[in-house]
Design a binder for this molecule. Structure first.
Ligand code: HEC
Ligand code: HEC
Length: 352
């Protein structure tokens, strides 16, 4: 790829997908006693929540052909508090949000994130707020599995693995349930979510976290609005609301990147691939989990929505900027044994 083409593609990646609808807009002027006056006052001491629960529902763009699933605001609110609660980690220093920061599309800005007792994760944190619709994208039948090596199939299994991971939160599920059942700020939240005061089960805790993360989304970008104007079948035509550079970048993306990362940056057409980051991999990715030689060095094909917010990039955070990523695809793809055919011309890595 020539220098000018890089900058065009770069421009498209940053501008085309740059939009991050925050999941919270918490300022409500009228004071309503949602949980009852006593509980409202008690909750204020511990957590920062809107006076009435946020409505987590949203409408997806037409081009996706998807309906978002209804989200129960009370269960999502409980999940939200769990997501931000450091008491759920062994040394009470780490919450989900420590490594999945809202302002970074729920990712982290370091290659490896800090877990309990100053341990660090083995891989780069994955952005949670970058998919069109978490529930439709992941998990359920036909969805995308979780983690860089696709090893978890449901958000509940993923959360359980994370809470229990010695490098992350290092808690057994029964310890998590004890913490939740013994802290007074959970009582009104559990009451509204599950219609009881305490004794929340491990499954209900995981369901609540799952409901909250299912509400994280990125669906209202300039790209989505433009695509809805002309419809998915005309995706390869220039968008009238795009600049020339954005349209040129889109064209490059469609011919060189979409076969893996997806046409409308929704669900990727392939679950995992090797994109030739190195000649030898220490971390075998999907291969480590399946034990197949053909899967070695393959990793989840990540979403590129919100990509400008989620540096550093790749499973090991080896690139700090999008320019470095583009340089990689442009001229530095390594001929690893499992390099995807999409990134080869004959037997050699392509140079875009
Ligand atoms: C110490 C940092 C850390 C903490 C704490 C943490 N995560 Fe993560 N998260 C990561 C890393 C690193 C990955 C990628 C791990 C891998 O692929 O092996 C990840 C992956 C994920 C994924 C998979 C996304 C995908 O596209 O596959 C989800 C979902 C997730 N985390 C949610 C959570 C939730 C919910 C919590 C709290 C219960 C949590 N995380 C706590 C670092 C963290
Ligand atoms: C053969 C499939 C394939 C093609 C084609 C492809 N990618 Fe990727 N891409 C991947 C995989 C797999 C990863 C993750 C690799 C890893 O972390 O080891 C990735 C990672 C990325 C990342 C980092 C995302 C993150 O969250 O860390 C960016 C940015 C990216 N690709 C952009 C592009 C661009 C731009 C193009 C076109 C020039 C492209 N990709 C073409 C498979 C592909």
């Amino acid at each position: 790829m020539k220098k000018r083409q890089f900058s065009i593609l770069f421009y498209f990646l940053v501008l085309g997908f740059f939009s991050f609808p925050s999941c919270t807009d918490d300022k409500v002027d009228v004071v309503i006693s949602y949980y009852g006056q006593k509980d409202d006052a008690m909750l204020k001491k511990y957590v920062s929540l809107p006076n009435i629960p946020h409505d987590y529902n949203f409408k997806l763009p037409n081009h996706t052909g998807l309906f978002s699933r209804p989200i129960d605001k009370d269960i999502a609110t409980l999940g939200r508090v769990l997501f931000y609660d450091k008491n759920l980690s062994k040394d009470k220093t780490i919450s989900c949000a420590s490594c999945h920061k809202q302002e970074l599309a729920f990712s982290d800005d370091v290659s490896f994130s800090q877990g309990v007792e100053n341990r660090v994760t083995a891989r780069n944190s994955i952005a949670l707020g970058s998919v069109l619709n978490f529930a439709a994208y992941y998990g359920d039948f036909g969805g995308i599995p979780f983690f860089w090596d696709n090893r978890a199939t449901r958000v509940q299994d993923q959360s359980k693995a994370t809470l229990g991971n010695p490098l992350e939160m290092d808690m057994k599920m029964h310890e998590v349930a004890d913490v939740v059942n013994n802290h007074e700020y959970y009582k009104p939240l559990i009451r509204e979510a599950f219609h009881k005061e305490n004794s929340i089960s491990e499954t209900e805790i995981l369901d609540a976290i799952g409901t909250f993360v299912n509400s994280l989304t990125n669906y209202n970008t300039k790209f989505d609005r433009e695509l809805d104007k002309i419809g998915i079948n005309s995706i390869n035509y220039a968008f009238t609301g795009f600049t020339q550079s954005e349209n040129n970048g889109k064209k490059l993306y469609m011919s060189h990147c979409a076969s893996c990362h997806g046409q409308n940056a929704g669900r990727p057409p392939v679950l995992s691939a090797n994109n030739g980051l190195m000649l030898e991999y220490d971390d075998m990715g999907v291969g480590k989990h399946t034990n197949y030689a053909n899967d070695q060095g393959k990793f989840k094909v990540p979403t590129l929505r919100n990509i400008s917010r989620t540096a550093p990039y790749m499973h090991n955070g080896m690139f700090n900027t999008l320019n470095e990523v583009i340089d990689h695809y442009s001229s530095n793809i390594k001929n690893y044994k499992n390099l995807s055919q999409d990134l080869k011309f004959g037997n050699l890595p392509i140079k875009i």
